[in-house]
Every structure is written in C-alpha cells, then in structure tokens.
Ligand binder design. Structure first.
Ligand SMILES: Cc1cc2nc3c(=O)[nH]c(=O)nc-3n(C[C@H](O)[C@H](O)[C@H](O)COP(=O)(O)OP(=O)(O)OC[C@H]3O[C@@H](n4cnc5c(N)ncnc54)[C@H](O)[C@@H]3O)c2cc1C
Length: 292
C-alpha cells in the first residue's frame, strides 16, 4: 500500500546541536533523513515504519571535508558528487570516488550521502568495501558528545550497526597513508549503470621489490555485512604474485565469502565472481596495470 504524506511529520531544525537535542528527547522516536534516496524508496513503497522524520540534509557540520595533516574527515552529509569533486579525496582515496561514480545516476549522486550509505547498511552498499579497505574510522555524535569507532566493527549483522538510538554518524576519517598503495575497484551488476551490485570489490596493495608487503581486500554483497577477506589477504601477504598464488587466492576468496541466493543473484555465482575479482586484481597488480 502506498504511503500518505499526511501520516508523516518532518522537521528540519537546521543545526547539528538542535537535531541532536531533538533525537535525545525521544531516542529512536525520530528517523534522520539525509538525501532521502533510501528513506524515500521505503516511503513510496509504504514500508517506512517511522512516522517522524528529522532532516539532516545540508547541515553545515555534516557537509564538509576537513583535510588535516594525518587524516581527512569526510562529513557524513557529503554527497557522492562532493566526493567525486574533491581533489584530495580523488588523489589519495580514489576507491571512494570510483564507488561514488557507480552509485545510481547523477541525480542520485547529487543527493545520496556517504552517511546514508553507511547507516542504511545494505550489504550491497557500493562505498562500504572502500571504507573497509582504507580502515576508516567513524565519528559518532550524540548530545553526550562524540566517540570514534573503527568502521570494520561498525556492521554487526544484516542491517544492524553499532549506532545507538539518538546518535548520528558525523564524519568518516581516513588516514592519509596510502600514497604507496595501488588500488582496484570493480562492481559487477546486471548492467553497467543504475544497478545494484551482485558483487563489488575494493582492494589495495603495496608492493616492494615485487613482494606484496600489505594487502586489503573488501567485498560487498557476499555476506550479511561488507566483508574483509582476511584469509585471502594472509596467504598473499609477503608473497610474490605468480599463477599458482593467483589460483590459490581465487579459491580462498570464493570460500571466504558467505553469500546468499536472492532476487539479484545466486550464492554460487557470487562466490565464483568474488574469487574471479580477486584473481583479476592480483593479475593486474603483478602486470603493473593498476595504480593509485
Ligand atoms: C535510483 C537509486 C539508485 C541507487 N543506486 C545505488 C547504488 O548503485 N549503490 C548504492 O550503494 N546505493 C544505491 N542507492 C541507495 C542510496 O542512494 C545510497 O544508499 C545513499 O548513500 C543513501 O544516502 P541518503 O543520504 O539518501 O540516505 P537516506 O535515505 O537519507 O538515509 C538512509 C538511512 O541512513 C540513515 N542516516 C542517513 N545519514 C545518517 C547519519 N549521518 N547518521 C545517522 N543515520 C543516518 C537514515 O536514518 C536512514 O536510515 C540508490 C538509490 C536510488 C533511489
């Protein structure tokens, strides 16, 4: 059944402290709405349980990217277009603007936010593997103050996160230490544009004298939460990439995924493609065909 606007209340306090104070008055009672590109889909389908919405769209405190000497802090309210257009993000954290470029069409990229992608917590969220690979930290904020949590521990289970009621994601922090790394990202969907991922990959590696000194491989849509492939990383780290290692990594990655059958794909396909993407990444890495 379609929703009726008269059944909903929407307020826009306009500043972060005012939003936090409203959330604190009734924890869990108000649903934050940023770009609305996930919330409005639920609304239009008549599937939005929340009746009281508080707008956090364009709050100045959430819509800025701070470049500090050792890290950058991307406000949770930054859109995909903000990420694509930011010079430091594009130069030092290229996996993020690549993922942003896959996310819906231009209208969606002008409206959808990184914070919304994180808290919506779909395993298919396209920017989430990049955040895993960079080992981002999140700054969460409530009326009681701020806390920092590693992004790798933020997603607890399918669509369950560590965010407390009355808390917002304020910013995503990325350490500025990836200049020596080569990055690779790939989305596999039913078509190239406007498609939800069947599998998506974000990976980083640093080579020294042909040896893999460090490697981070993260995947979406292959488990209830975005997944770091720790076992695959372990067998590759410290090795030279050769065909037997690529085959071992392919099998290990496929075995490490925990996909399901759903309307978009099958578990078998997802595991096989996940393995193939890892093999593709390692093949290109050893051939010197990717950079930064
Ligand atoms: C046509 C279309 C195509 C799409 N294509 C893709 C795609 O290819 N890949 C992809 O990953 N996604 C896609 N999406 C989903 C969506 O655009 C993204 O998930 C987007 O990042 C959501 O951001 P938002 O600001 O619109 O979130 P909203 O809809 O405003 O909010 C989503 C959820 O996050 C919460 N939230 C938002 N910001 C915060 C915050 N700062 N703190 C706490 N909670 C917060 C809200 O309460 C809500 O629960 C698509 C959506 C549409 C409509």
């Amino acid at each position: 059944m379609r929703a009726h606007p008269g059944d909903y209340e929407l307020v826009a306090p306009g500043t972060l402290p005012a939003v936090l104070s409203l959330l604190a008055q009734e924890p869990g009672g108000w649903l934050p709405i940023a770009g609305g590109t996930d919330v409005m889909v639920q609304y239009a389908a008549g599937e939005l349980p929340a009746r009281k919405l508080v707008s956090i769209w364009n709050l100045p405190e959430l819509r800025r990217i701070e470049v500090l000497p050792n890290e950058i802090q991307i406000g949770a309210g930054c859109t995909y277009t903000d990420l694509r257009e930011h010079e430091v993000v594009s130069r030092e954290f290229a996996l993020l603007p690549i993922a942003a470029s896959w996310t819906g069409g231009i209208a969606n990229q002008n409206r959808g936010t990184i914070g919304g992608n994180i808290v919506n917590a779909s395993p298919a969220g396209d920017s989430l593997p990049a955040l895993m690979a960079y080992e981002a930290e999140l700054i969460l904020v409530s009326i009681r103050g701020e806390r920092r949590v590693p992004y790798t521990s933020f997603h607890i289970d399918y669509r369950k996160t560590r965010l407390a009621p009355a808390e917002l994601v304020r910013a995503v922090c990325l350490e500025r230490r990836f200049s020596e790394y080569q990055g690779y990202a790939r989305k596999v969907g039913p078509r190239r544009a406007q498609a939800i991922s069947k599998v998506c990959l974000a990976a980083l590696a640093r080579l020294g004298d042909g040896v893999v000194e460090d490697i981070r491989i993260a995947m979406g849509s292959v488990a209830p939460v975005p997944l770091r492939l720790r076992e695959t990383e372990r067998i590759v780290r410290g090795q030279r990439i050769d065909p037997p290692l690529v085959q071992l990594a392919r099998r290990t990655a496929a075995a490490e995924t925990r996909p399901i059958d759903d309307i978009r794909s099958t578990a078998r396909y997802r595991a096989a493609v996940g393995g193939n993407l890892v093999a593709e990444f390692l093949g290109r890495l050893s051939a010197g065909k990717i950079k930064g």
